[in-house]
Design a protein around this ligand. Structure first.
Ligand code: FAD
Length: 394
């Protein structure tokens, strides 16, 4: 069997690559380890940034981000119970960010790809990559019925996330993995409870908390906790009590909790994002602290650059953009890592529950004060939130 691109993974990165390749008439096969139901259940990101909304529009795929109302642009910072609002729009003409939970985007992209005649294979086990530095790499896997398959291709798109196989196919010594651990844990909870009017970030002496909309009757909450804390240490009452205190909202309406997990806040970048004919896209190449909401949006950006580069190579015989893929992606990756790092440090150090001490706490509070009072600081923040920073425009 043979195709032009084998895409490993059917999350936001892989499905975006697959849809855009179809739009350019380039063949691809998508191999996904999980079942369709498993993939559809992974609820994570909530907002598709302005740049990514316009990117889908430019490919004639505006409908894939329909699933929630437009994000009205206001973010609430609640600092010791006092509300301050920041507008994260940049005032440019055109569509803005959309509330579109990750699983809705994934389902919309899946439906669009299948309706377009796409080849999407679920429950593909034991995926392995061969001859990546030759002209025709091969991808092998075992199908759900136990049969073994081998597909030769021109390019492999490694879209299999943080725990995938494609990153590990790059030999040691060829790439560098840069990592940073904030030493901070988060408990995250999904609940069928009323969403806030605006995404809400709360700084308090008890630690950071956040409340984000995920649908008309669903919310995601975050609570700072010790790194590697056990989610079992957070029964429902403790979660709602902590949220009421940290959000300074005694009337917060609870609801059934549908998911509860803890994780460490950290950053990771795999450099370069290419090895031979393998191109890493999305979480396979980089992980960010969720602060700033950039992980999924970066995956969509990588996907767009990768497909345009493949189109140039396949249609026009021009591989300039393929050779430049890693450098161009990494420029945005590091900029978003910096934004995510800045916001993570700021909202945690400004609270009381860190070991950063009174000096750093006052610096963080000064940064927040500047953000909510200075038009220049707000503008810079809006550029980063929208993803439309002109210095990184393609
Ligand atoms: P994934 O979504 O991880 O998809 C990878 C796919 O590959 C999966 O379907 C997996 O089953 C498949 N796969 C894995 N291994 C194999 C294999 N060996 N063979 C075949 N298939 C394989 N981002 C934001 O932008 N905004 C947010 O608000 C936000 N909030 C987040 C909150 C949490 C709690 C977490 C954990 C993440 C959050 N993110 C957010 C990050 C976002 O979820 C990721 O950046 C996004 O999922 C990356 O998409 P991806 O397609 O690269 O990887």
């Amino acid at each position: 069997e043979s195709t032009t691109v084998v895409v490993i993974g059917a999350g936001p990165a892989g499905l975006t690559v697959a849809n855009l390749l179809r739009r350019c008439g380039v063949d691809c096969v998508v191999l996904e380890r999980g079942s369709r139901a498993h993939v559809a259940r992974r609820q994570r990101a909530g907002i598709v940034e302005t740049r990514a909304v316009r990117m889908f529009e430019s490919w004639g795929l505006a409908d894939v981000v329909r699933g929630g109302p437009p994000h009205d642009g206001l973010l609430e910072f609640r600092i010791d119970g006092e509300s301050r609002f920041v507008d994260d729009r940049d005032g440019s003409a055109g569509s803005g960010a959309r509330l579109c939970p990750q699983q809705v985007l994934v389902e919309n992209l899946t439906a669009a790809h299948l309706a377009d005649g796409g080849d999407l294979r679920y429950e593909a086990a034991d995926v392995s990559l061969h001859d990546l530095t030759g002209d025709r790499p091969t991808v092998r896997y075992r199908a759900a019925d136990g049969t073994r398959h081998s597909i030769s291709c021109d390019f492999v798109a490694g879209c299999d996330g943080e725990h995938g196989v494609t990153r590990t196919a790059v030999p040691e010594g060829v790439a560098t993995v840069h990592t940073f651990d904030h030493g901070i844990g988060w408990l995250t909870v999904l609940a069928d409870a009323p969403p806030p009017a605006h995404p809400l970030l709360a700084v308090s002496p008890e630690g950071f908390a956040a409340h984000f909309p995920r649908g008309p009757r669903s919310s995601r909450y975050y609570l700072q906790c010790p790194p590697d804390d056990d989610p079992g240490a957070w029964p429902d009452d403790r979660v709602w009590d902590a949220l009421r205190t940290r959000l300074a909202d005694p009337a917060l309406v609870p609801g059934p909790i549908t998911d509860r997990e803890t994780f460490r806040l950290r950053g990771l970048v795999h450099e370069p994002m290419r090895h031979g004919q393998l191109f890493l896209v999305g979480d396979a190449a980089h992980i960010l602290s969720p602060m700033g909401g950039k992980g999924m949006n970066l995956a969509l950006h990588d996907a767009d650059l990768f497909v345009r580069a493949v189109r140039d190579a396949v249609r026009g015989g021009d591989d300039t953009a393929l050779r430049d893929y890693s450098r161009r992606c990494l420029r945005r990756v590091w900029s978003d890592q910096e934004f995510s790092h800045w916001l993570t440090r700021t909202v945690h150090e400004a609270g009381g529950d860190t070991d950063s001490g009174p000096f750093l706490r006052r610096l963080a509070r000064a940064r927040l004060d500047r953000l909510v009072t200075s038009p220049g600081a707000r503008h810079a923040f809006a550029e980063l939130m929208t993803g439309l920073d002109p210095a990184r425009a393609e």
